[in-house]
Design a protein around this ligand. Structure first.
Ligand code: ATR
Length: 272
């Protein structure tokens, strides 16, 4: 019997997940389908209960439901630490967060071993939390730089273990970049339609830095294009999108998805 998967969010029309997952099912000849579901906040409980009753196998959860859905499923330890669920497995009613796997998978696929690296993380919102946990799990020395310093400090306090928080001003961010191996942008600066924006001055970049921008639209942000010019290794947010989806796929189906097929589909969609 066909297995049904999907993504719930509000809005949901822009989601690239349906095409990405359906391409993977097709490539592997699986009798599965992945659909987008527009679910408003006030119907979230109905949607989760209804999905379970209908025999839906798994759902991804996107903005604005990632936190609220925690109360409706049984979040695993990592999802609880991050404070957000993006994957539900209805076979167990467990909730997971695959964003951390998305970040580590992206770095691994680019040949970057995060273990023990000095990471400078820009941002302190939802995406930054996943990047922060990925860094901590890999034993990195982490510095969080956020526009609203208090928010960065709050996240640093929560993480403990010598995590520092700074602002985005040149006098602080300059020395921090000079002392970092990996720079992860988890702010929304440079995201479509504001594609000519960059979160830091490009002069501060150095060639030994790996620059990972979690933004996937545009495919190459201003930050990545400037980093390339400087000779840095760069990683696009497309990888994060693909590898978090791949981790959800593994949870639901217990097999490895064709990540190359998934990435190709997403890239094609983003170029259109
Ligand atoms: P997401 O879930 O994508 O992480 P978010 O939780 O709204 O989104 O977080 C957005 C991040 O981008 C925050 O760290 C935000 O900084 P503030 O905490 O100061 O708001 C950062 N950000 C957004 N616009 C920015 C800008 N123009 N300059 C610098 N940082 C910005």
């Amino acid at each position: 019997m066909i297995q049904i998967f999907g993504v719930i969010g509000d809005p949901i029309g822009h989601s690239l997940s349906p095409e990405m997952h359906n391409a993977a099912y097709h490539a592997l000849g699986l009798d599965c389908i992945y659909l987008p579901f527009h679910v408003r906040a006030e119907r979230l409980r109905d949607a989760i209960e209804g999905a379970g009753a209908l025999g839906i196998r798994g759902l991804n959860v996107t903005v604005p439901h990632k936190v609220a859905v925690m109360e409706l499923v049984e979040p695993d330890l990592l999802a609880r630490k991050i404070g957000a669920v993006n994957t539900i497995d209805f076979a167990t009613l467990k909730g997971y967060n695959t964003d951390v796997a998305g970040i580590t998978g992206s770095l691994e696929s680019a040949g970057v071993d995060l273990r023990g690296k000095r990471v400078l993380l820009l941002g302190a919102g939802g995406a930054a939390r996943a990047a922060a946990f990925a860094s901590i799990e890999a034993g990195c020395k982490l510095v969080i730089a956020n526009r609203t310093r208090s928010k960065g400090e709050k996240l640093a306090d929560e993480l403990g273990r010598g995590v520092n928080a700074i602002g985005l001003e040149d006098d602080e961010i300059g020395p921090a970049i000079a002392e970092s191996d990996v720079l992860i942008n988890a702010t929304s600066v440079g995201m479509y339609p504001e594609i000519d924006k960059i979160p830091i001055r490009p002069e501060l970049l150095h060639p030994d830095l790996v620059v990972f921008d979690l933004i996937y639209n545009p495919l190459e942000t201003m930050l990545l294009s400037e980093a390339k010019k400087k000779g840095c290794k760069t990683i696009s947010g497309v990888k994060m999108l693909v590898y978090q989806g791949a981790a959800s796929f593994r949870i639901w189906l217990g097999i490895d998805p064709p990540v190359d097929v998934m990435e190709t589909v997403v890239r094609e969609r983003l170029i259109l």
